[in-house]
Design a binder for this molecule. Sequence first.
Ligand code: AHM
Ligand code: MG
Length: 361
Amino acid sequence: MHPNLSAASLRGEKAGIIVLYNMEAVKTLTEFIIERQADFKYAKGELTRLLSDISIAAKIVNREVNKAGLVDILGEADSVNIQGEAVQKLDVYANKQFIAALTAGNEVCALVSEEDEDIIHISNNGNDVGKYVVAFDPLDGSSNIDSNVSTGTIFAIYRRVSLSGPAELDDFLQPGTELVAAGYIIYGSSSMLVYTTGRGVNGFTLDPSIGEFCLSHPDMKIPKSGKIYSINQGYFVHFPKGIKQYIKYCQEEDEATNRPYSLRYIGSMVADFHRNMIKGGIFIYPTTAFSPTGKLRLLYECNPLAFIAEEAGGKASNGSKRILEVQPECIHQRVPILIGSEDMVTTAEEFIAQYSEVPTS
Ligand code: AHM
Ligand code: MG
């Protein structure tokens, strides 16, 4: 058990004994953000409120995701439930919740969401007043919901570069090196919010009984190496040669490097990435014959997780260069990605270089 969550802090009834919260040992996300405000480079109060708005939307989405199994009782998506309310698909619902939460304050002037083709402007009396822009994937891996598999939200926060008026495309087309903050929420067996502002990575577990994210994983570090590789091996025949050779390397027997590695692929990037954060490993979504620039999106899937990976001592690459250095050209741009334990990503890059695969970025 983590030292910050003492036995007493895990409230529950065991053998008829009620264990009470040790409030001194528990730090909530809000307390933590306020305490760390000094680390923020700009507009401390605004970024604090922005992160707090995101955590509120996360709690609401978490509640709905956990009700998903009740769909037969509550009604199918696009129908009307027994309370006479329209039932929405969860990714649409999550998108609305995050937009509402990020619109509530005056911190953000525009959003990019995986669910919306265009930039969403947030105006106050015709002016885009906020100093930040946010790119997000409201419910990544949403096809997994029906089978009770973890899903997630990913967010990337940039400082706008345009000086006034409506937010512009260039506000979003900043390389990941310019990120101010990034994070993800995993909706799983327990739900967690993990974020960084460029001074380490911290993880908070949602305690549903008090409705708070509580610091459970301070200063997270990805192990330098691991023994898990994570890739959709079903597409093997469509992979570039360097990736095929790297997979063969993962499967070979070698005591010195702890091979063969285990293959784990959930099909929810956040969940695969989170597991590798904890245990070490590599996640790869390369170019394929049918996705020649990869599948995952630079702005709101790859960049935020790359920022977190690097802050946790890991590495994220498109095969030949840092994900964070890829210059975005459009808001829904896709990139190939190799992310996770530093040594594993470096080895996979070497295979790509050896077989002269030049990834498209
Ligand atoms: P989504 O944003 O439409 O949910 O797609 C992204 C998801 C990732 O979470 C996951 O890693 C990947 O798609 C799985 O794709 P595939 O089924 O091609 O392996
Ligand atoms: Mg997605």
